[in-house]
Design a protein around this ligand. Structure first.
Ligand code: M6R
Length: 603
């Protein structure tokens, strides 16, 4: 949500445009840039819509050796040019970009800026007008005024600020929104994530909440929340930049769906030894094993992965497990057992809703583990333990390979804890073999993707609404399948426990309504067949996705045989492909669905 790139000491325009393009995946609806050539010329350019609109507005003469750029995902105020960043003060001396939300901006505006003329409807403009106010009325230098403003602000922010009377400095601050400082030879870069500027440097400093800094081309001065000067160590980010490129694919989403068998194989070798035994930090395994209840938190797709995880932890470890929306748990904290252990599922590691729960857990000394795809992300740094999903950069807004990676890591972890607790079912579960079968099965489904495109074109593209139904683990996948279809195709889709339709929702079934039925649960397969007949009798167009052992002649997609516990790895792939092809064949921007952001850093 919002992307930021700033550079000092290097031709800035192309570098920032490139960085912003790499941050497009975060979601945005307008973009802007401030450039200063350090020879008395400055340029402020903003555009609504895609980055190419911004690019088209920039003339070849507009160049800079310092610049700050921004992609905005509208929160306060519509996506207009005036509301796009950078924002500036009344005198046009200070320019600022912001990712986050300032909760008390109206109070600050009323208290300090009653006479100021505002150009935008944003919360952000208050921050830059306040810096100017303190510089002019209290005769503070810019860095001091900036720090004074930060002390007054309540909310989340990653800020970059330029003062055009000392334009060879970028001032920055971070609180709850992601920001990294990249170190170059004769230049320095600031960005929302490392991937966006990996072509410039691999050497980064992670900034902590409360940090504020003054950066020039060959120096940086960082102060922490307590006002102490700190010297954090830089680290090398070891990501293959080509992993974040689309290659020959039209959309990232399909590339990422296709990568799933490789991700599962990678996770099998990363977290299982040659005998198939899980190899996690023993301190972590011991800590979880002491818990009398596990609490899984997540949002969206990660929340759905939590329901599959619940089944894994309960079956293999015997420890009762709850799953909760982070956004709900943050302010309606669950009633806890005596020895709780918290597990956070988050692809990005930056989801603000999940972070609220983690902070509450820290206050209460509840041990916490984050499963994330992003090394060094906020939720990873703030939890007691981290396990990486190793799915490689996930760029499409719709999460696919991170979901299956979350399933694999939860299953591996459940096996590790179950074995530690000497649970027979865990000891006997041949995970290495099951993951190999899962990867092989996923590949077979991916190889047959043409059939899913045919089904999507025939049954989904022209539909207004659709339903997913399933029981047990199939219900968990139904929730995820429904989210995927609606988020990328805009077809209103709901996931239901198969038996629940007849308790109300079946009244929505009309002639031709698509109902996608998932059947892998040996206990309830027959019952779900009954539910299929109920909707078919009322005109539904059923697409059945069925494990081979339960298949009948007219089933649409028959999945290779696997253990029930592993079945979600396979079942979810056709649901992802149906969503992808429905979106693509509606001519939509599959990777960047409207209104959505990849990394949701506001509550
Ligand atoms: O980064 P996270 O896993 O914490 O993100 C959570 C959700 O925002 C995310 O899964 C979202 O629902 C995806 N767009 C779903 O495809």
């Amino acid at each position: 949500m919002c992307g930021i790139v700033g550079v000092v000491g290097k031709p800035a325009k192309e570098l920032i445009l490139n960085g912003l393009r790499n941050l497009e995946y975060r979601g945005y609806d307008s973009a802007g840039m401030y450039l200063n050539d350090l020879a008395g010329h400055e340029y402020l350019t903003k555009a609504v819509g895609r980055i190419k609109n911004l690019e088209e507005k920039l003339t070849p003469d507009e160049q800079g050796l310092v610049g700050i750029g921004h992609t905005r995902w509208a929160t306060h105020g519509k996506p207009t040019v005036d509301n796009a960043h950078p924002h500036f003060d009344e005198t046009k001396r200070f320019f600022l970009v912001h990712n986050g939300v300032l909760e008390n901006y109206l109070d600050l505006k009323a208290k300090y800026l009653a006479d100021t003329t505002f150009k935008s409807d944003t919360d952000t403009e208050v921050a830059v007008q306040l810096v100017a106010k303190f510089v002019y009325t209290e005769h503070l230098d810019t860095f001091t005024a900036f720090k004074k403003v930060l002390k007054l602000i309540r909310g989340s922010y990653a800020f970059l600020l330029v003062d055009n009377t000392e334009p060879d400095h970028i001032f920055l601050a971070k609180n709850k929104s992601p920001m990294m400082l990249g170190l170059g030879d004769g230049f320095n870069i600031v960005a929302s994530d490392a991937i966006s500027v990996l072509d410039q440097t691999r050497k980064f400093i992670d900034l902590n909440d409360g940090d504020v800094a003054d950066v020039t081309k060959d120096s940086y001065h960082i102060e922490n929340a307590a006002g102490e000067v700190v010297h954090p160590a830089a680290h090398i980010v070891d990501i293959d930049p080509s992993a974040a490129s689309k290659g020959t694919y039209e959309f990232y989403m399909l590339k990422e769906i296709d990568e799933q068998p490789a991700v599962i194989r990678r996770l099998s070798s990363a977290y299982l030894d040659e005998n198939g035994q899980p190899k996690f930090d023993q301190k972590l395994v011991a800590a979880i094993s002491k818990a009398d209840r596990l609490y899984i938190f997540g949002a969206g797709t990660s929340y759905h992965a939590g329901f599959v995880g619940k089944e894994y932890f309960e079956k293999l470890t015997g420890i009762p497990t709850e799953v909760d929306y982070s956004s709900e748990a943050g302010y309606h904290f669950p009633m806890l057992s005596k020895h709780p252990f918290f597990i956070f599922l988050t692809q990005s590691g930056e989801t603000a809703d999940s972070r609220v729960v983690l902070q509450e857990a820290r206050k209460r000394n509840i041990p916490a583990l984050t499963l994330t795809n992003v090394q060094g992300s906020t939720l990873s740094r703030e939890a007691n333990y981290t396990i990486l999903l190793k799915a490689g950069p996930e760029i499409a807004v719709a999460s696919t390979k991170a979901y299956t990676a979350q399933l694999a890591v939860q299953l591996e972890l459940a096996k590790a804890i179950g074995c530690y607790l000497k649970q027979e079912v865990a000891i006997k579960f041949d995970l290495k073999k099951q993951l190999a079968l899962a990867a092989e099965g996923m590949q077979r489904i991916i190889d047959g993707k043409a059939q899913l495109e045919t089904l999507a074109k025939a049954d989904l593209v022209h539909s207004r609404n659709a339903f997913y139904i399933g029981r047990g683990l199939d219900y968990a996948v139904a929730l995820e399948g429904a989210l995927k279809l609606k988020e990328v195709s805009y077809i209103q889709t709901e996931g239901f426990a198969a038996a629940e339709l007849k308790h109300g929702t079946i009244s929505l079934i009309e002639q031709g309504t698509p109902v996608i039925a998932l059947i892998n649960d040996p206990v309830t397969a027959g019952l779900t067949r009954g539910n299929i007949r109920e909707v078919e009798s009322r005109g539904a167009k059923v697409i059945s996705i069925v494990g081979s052992e339960f298949a009948v002649d007219h089933d649409d997609i028959v999945l290779p045989a696997t253990d029930y516990l592993v079945s979600p790895f396979l079942t979810v792939v056709p649901t992802q492909l149906l969503a992808y092809y429905a979106s693509k064949n509606k001519g939509l921007d599959v990777d960047k669905p409207r209104n959505l952001a990849k990394s949701v850093t506001v509550e």
